[in-house]
Design a protein around this ligand. Structure first.
Ligand code: UTP
Length: 319
């Protein structure tokens, strides 16, 4: 039910961020049997740390991570490591010491446990006591947005101008729409944000469909892992029935809010994004970020060139 409370958010302090990281990560088994997929390293830094860094870069440093069974390593990663720090200090290894301390000092990180992985919507609902009656951001724990391509900040700006909820959308090939939540949209002219270099515009969302078949997809705009949500979402989630696989879908609760007249907008992202829960995308993220690193990049790119030549020579020998 829509309530009288303001959805434009009176921003006297920064938004809280919720990062759901309690999923089973089945696409990445067996690696994720004992290791949370959100901690799989992108070169030498866990995916989840990039996401917390993105929140901090957007000016948000109050973070709630939704964890589940077997995800305790996430809590350790954002905590101090006194023995490791003492050993590095003793060796005078200042760079690694700084790297180890950085994750513990990055943000104010809190945790809530999702008793069972009952879907993204259920994970977000677990954050209600922490978030309270405020607009907040949701960042998926396995969805990496390149630090050079602004997304969250423009989304927050759109929410401040228009209220309600804002989702990140990305144009995907038609045969991939069924893997995502999909948005029906209308033009929303005249909305400006401070950095739109990685964006393809802002649209009004009129409907949302979770994982539609190609014939039911209202567009090729897929929902990706960044949301700015108004607190009405918690009430909508309470009334959202579990869908496929018994999971409570966040998309279904947002669809309800849109139908009730809560403003719903989409920011179309055209920048670099990696679904690190998907093996192919994970590999692309590792290779690209390693190639671009100042310390590792030059010899790695040289080797990559030689390796590609080898592969091509093998292929032409076989054909
Ligand atoms: P995904 O659907 O990508 O995660 O959810 P999953 O279920 O772990 O993936 P697969 O398909 O089995 O490989 C997106 C984000 O939402 C979190 C996940 O941890 C991931 O970061 N999530 C998902 C939860 O926190 N709780 C859930 O019940 C489901």
């Amino acid at each position: 039910m829509t309530t009288a409370r303001s959805t434009t958010g009176d921003r006297s302090r920064p938004y809280k961020v919720v990062i759901p990281a309690a999923g089973l990560g089945t696409r990445f088994l067996p690696a994720t049997k004992a290791i949370p997929k959100e901690l799989l390293p992108i070169v030498d830094t866990p995916a989840l740390q990039y996401i917390v860094e993105e929140a901090v870069d957007a000016g948000l440093n109050e973070v709630l991570v939704i964890v589940g069974r077997g995800k305790e390593a996430i809590i350790d990663h954002f905590d101090r490591a006194p023995e490791l720090e003492a050993a590095l200090e003793k060796k005078g290894d200042d760079d690694r010491l700084e790297a180890v301390r950085r994750s513990a000092e990055l943000a104010d990180v809190h945790y809530i446990r999702q008793g069972a992985p009952r879907g993204l919507g259920h994970a977000v609902a677990c954050a209600a006591p922490y978030v309270g009656d405020e607009v907040f951001a949701v960042m998926l724990g396995d969805d990496l947005i390149d630090a050079r391509d602004a997304l969250l900040k423009p989304m927050l700006e759109v929410q401040q101008q228009l209220g309600g909820c804002v989702v990140a959308l990305m144009e995907v090939p038609e045969d991939q729409v069924s893997m995502y939540g999909c948005a029906a949209v209308e033009e929303a002219p005249g909305i400006t944000v401070s950095d739109d270099r990685a964006l393809g515009g802002v649209v009004k969302v009129t409907d949302l469909v979770e994982k539609p078949g190609p014939e039911d997809a209202p567009s090729n705009l897929a929902i990706i892992g960044r949301y700015v949500l108004s607190p009405e979402i918690f009430e909508a989630l309470e009334h959202t029935e579990p869908g496929r696989g018994g999971e409570v879908q966040l998309t279904d609760a947002m669809k309800d809010l849109a139908a009730q007249g809560v403003p719903m907008h989409g920011v179309v992202f055209r920048g670099r994004r990696y679904d690190t829960g998907d093996r192919g995308d994970y590999l692309r993220a590792v290779v690209r970020l390693a190639a671009e690193r100042k310390d590792l990049g030059p010899p790695f790119v040289e080797w990559l060139g030689e390796f590609l030549e080898e592969i091509r020579a093998d292929q032409s020998a076989k054909s």
